[in-house]
Write a protein that binds this ligand. Structure first.
Ligand code: ADP
Length: 428
């Protein structure tokens, strides 16, 4: 966007934010225009380091969104970001543009130190590195993404938005495990929680859907993607969440077990002779829905149930039973619940999961209207009948938009006087 000063010179407004989500073998990116918070382009580089690497890039500035694909080995994160930058440049959206205001990074673990989005300095990066022992699968990839982006645009503000930040308001009695305090503190063992960007965004949107301020409502958010977590949010602040030291605790997930007796791990080691790494892989990658029935896609599980598959039906029942336990527990934690909100891939799309999770909870004030539940929509919506004491809602999550908003609020360049839009008042 270009504006003209009184003297007539053109001033380029830096109002674009690039959001980067760097995983161990993938980079997802979105370029947003913060004037209207629209997407200019989205993309994904996957299987980085393998012969079968692939980049999918979709520019969204023209009429038809047409995805371009590149295949063939992309050696590392630096090459991945360079390839993404080339695709963006081909659409006139190059990262060297003066319109780019900042790069916002999803960082999984912010420990106790990072309670807010933070401009990345050398000291901040050192602290994120110090957290690698508690997030060995995630933080190294995030750090690589940050370093790569810094090399590409050293002059640009880079902001870390932490998955754990929203949960740092949990009271100590919810965050501590009941284990020896000295041991826990020495190794920073406590419940941190994840998916915080989503829980923050969705709980705020739910309040908006109810026509109330976030400070006035208590909500239970069920983020049901491949990874899944629940949170109890009282008056806009997280007071409890289901993931813990790592994303393994809590709900049944696509490939993670969620809650189990910790002694299962000793048993697997002592009796089954498994190594620590094998148990890690078993519980994180081969458990949950995939461990129970061989599939982790809820669509496929429902298809199998419709064909009479008993393993799929049992997996579904275990998944839903765990959800119900958390809804009950979080109702007790909150005391008064204004809404139960479903989000992410399963939560937004699976009417059978929503119906089954709420079924039988009338005593808690929870009822689902079958007709409303069956409606497919990308919009936030209520699926409970008018008379219900507690609202049940579906709110599509948007972690990238939340990261872009938080990044821009921190470092964004204000519009010239007269047109200034305070970011905090942007409707979202
Ligand atoms: P993540 O970001 O954790 O990878 P998503 O939030 O994208 O996950 O959710 C992915 C999951 O959503 C899939 O594994 C699948 O189980 C579920 N899902 C996606 N679309 C549908 C649908 N139409 N019906 C039921 N489940 C769906």
């Amino acid at each position: 966007m270009t504006t003209t000063t009184k003297e007539g010179s053109a001033v380029v407004q830096a109002r674009r934010v690039l959001v980067l989500n760097s995983g161990s073998s993938s980079v997802k990116y979105q370029l947003l225009d913060m004037n209207d918070r629209s997407r200019l382009a989205i993309g994904l580089v996957e299987r980085i380091g393998e012969e079968t690497s692939r980049l999918l890039h979709t520019p969204l500035t023209g009429g038809d969104a047409e995805t371009r694909e590149r295949t063939g080995r992309i050696a590392d994160h630096a090459a991945a970001l360079k390839a993404a930058a080339e695709e963006l440049a081909a659409d006139g959206l190059g990262l060297d543009s003066p319109e780019l205001a900042a790069i916002g990074h999803r960082v999984v673990h912010g420990g106790l130190r990072f309670t807010e989005p933070t401009v990345i300095t050398d000291e901040v990066l050192t602290e994120i590195e110090r957290l690698v022992p508690v997030a060995p699968l995630h933080n190294p990839a995030n750090i690589t993404g940050i370093r790569t982006a810094q090399a590409l645009r050293p002059d640009l503000p880079q902001v870390a938005v932490f998955d754990t930040a929203f949960h740092t308001t949990m009271p100590e009695y919810a965050a501590r495990y009941a284990i020896d305090v000295e041991t826990a503190d020495a190794h920073r063992i406590r419940r941190y929680g994840f998916h915080g960007t989503s829980h923050a965004y969705v709980s705020r949107k739910a309040a908006e859907l109810l026509g109330r301020a976030p400070e006035e409502v208590n909500v239970i958010v069920l983020h049901l993607g491949n990874g899944a977590s629940a949170s109890a949010v009282a008056a806009g602040r997280c007071v409890e969440t289901s993931m813990g030291l790592t994303p393994l605790e809590g709900l049944v997930m696509g490939t993670r077990s969620g809650d189990i007796d910790p002694a299962v791990t000793f048993h697997l080691k002592r009796v089954a002779g498994m190594s620590t790494d094998e148990i890690d892989v078993l519980l994180n990658k081969k458990s949950g829905l995939v461990g129970l029935c061989g599939d982790n896609d809820m669509r496929e599980i429902r298809r199998r149930i419709d064909e009479g598959d008993e393993r799929a039906a049992l997996a579904f029942d275990i998944y839903v039973h765990r959800l119900k336990k958390y809804i009950g527990a979080y109702s007790a934690v909150l005391g008064r619940v204004d809404a139960v909100v479903f989000t992410a891939g399963v939560g937004e799309n699976s009417a059978p999961v929503r119906e089954a999770a709420i079924a039988g909870l009338e005593e808690l004030g929870l009822v689902v209207d079958a007709g409303l539940n069956a409606v497919r929509s990308g919009e936030p919506r209520l699926i409970s009948p008018n008379y219900a004491r507690v609202a049940v809602a579906v709110v599509p999550t948007d972690e990238e938009l939340e990261i872009a908003d938080q990044t821009f609020a921190l470092v964004g360049q204000a519009e010239p006087a007269g047109q200034q839009v305070p970011v905090g008042q942007v409707d979202n």
